[in-house]
Design a protein around this ligand. Sequence first.
Ligand SMILES: C[S@@+](CC[C@H](N)C(=O)[O-])C[C@H]1O[C@@H](n2cnc3c(N)ncnc32)[C@H](O)[C@@H]1O
Length: 289
Amino acid sequence: MEAFSFSSFSTNTNTNTQKPSPPPCVQVSFHEPSSVGFGFGLSNSTSDLDASDPIFITDSLTLYKGRVSTYDVFGLGNSDLLPGQYEGGLKLWEGSLDLVKILYSLITQPSPSPSPSLSLKGMRVLEIGCGHALPAILAALQGASLVHFQDFNAEVLRCLTIPNVKRNLSKELPELGFFAGDWSEVHKLLLCADNENQNEDAGYDLILMAETVYDISSLNSLYDLIKKCLKKCGGAVYMAGKKYYFGVGGGTRQFIRLVQEDGMMETCMISEVTDGASNVREVWKLSYK
Ligand SMILES: C[S@@+](CC[C@H](N)C(=O)[O-])C[C@H]1O[C@@H](n2cnc3c(N)ncnc32)[C@H](O)[C@@H]1O
C-alpha cells in the first residue's frame, strides 16, 4: 500500500516565492473520461482494481483509494505541492483518515449518550480541498442527499476523486458535483448561504475539510469561503489538520485563532491525535453562534 505518512511538506525545488495566478474555476463532469491514472473503467488502465488500495477504517468500514502519481498527472517529481499550481490533492493525508474515523464514530455511537449520534441522512455536504475525498465519500455512503467535491486542480478531480467515488459508491448515488478552483473564487460555482434574503436554509448543512490549513496566506480566503457556503442555521464544519505544519507555517491553531477573532462561530476541538509518527493532529467542529 502506498505510504501516506509524512512529517512536513516537501515542496518542489523550483518553487517561486510569488504564486502564479490560480487556474480558472470549472465544474468537472462525473462522466468526463480521465486520460491518466486509475479510472475504474474510465481510463485506458488494464488493471483498475490493482490500482486501488483498501483502507480499513474500522472492522465494519473499508474504503478504497486510487493510486495516481504526480508525475503522470502534472509532470512533477516527488513533490507534495507546488504552491499555486498543485496543492497536494493526489496524496492521501493523515488528517483525512482522522476525519473519516471521527465522523464514523459520531455516526455509529450509541444514542442518546454521551451526545446524540450524528446523522448525515438528507444532508447537503461539501468537502473543501477533497483530493481522495474519503470524508465526502463516507457522507454519501451515510445517506447525504447532495455531495459536492472541491479541489484546487481539475486534474485531481478527474484522475482521482471521481474514480474514487465510482470505486466506493456502487449503489444509489446522491446528487454529486465536482468543482475546481481557488478558494477566493470557487464559491461562484457552489451553493451559497443567501445573505441578502436572510434565507437561513441556504448553503451546505455540513462542510468537511482535511489538511487544508497549512498555508497561512490562504487561511482568510478559506474562512471566507466557509462563511459564504455554510448554512446559517444548524450548519457545521468538521476540520482535521495538524496543529502546526513544519516547513509551511500554518496549522489548525492559526485557523482557529482567525475564526475566534472574527467572533461569528463557536469552535470546539473534538479529537486530538498523537500517534508519535507525525506532529499532533486535531479535529475541530465549527458552527455559527
Ligand atoms: C494537503 S491537500 C489535502 C487533500 C485531502 N483533503 C487529504 O487530506 O488527503 C490540500 C487540499 O486543499 C486544496 N487547496 C489548497 N489550497 C487551495 C486553494 N488556495 N484553493 C483551493 N483549493 C486549495 C488542494 O486542492 C488539496 O486537495
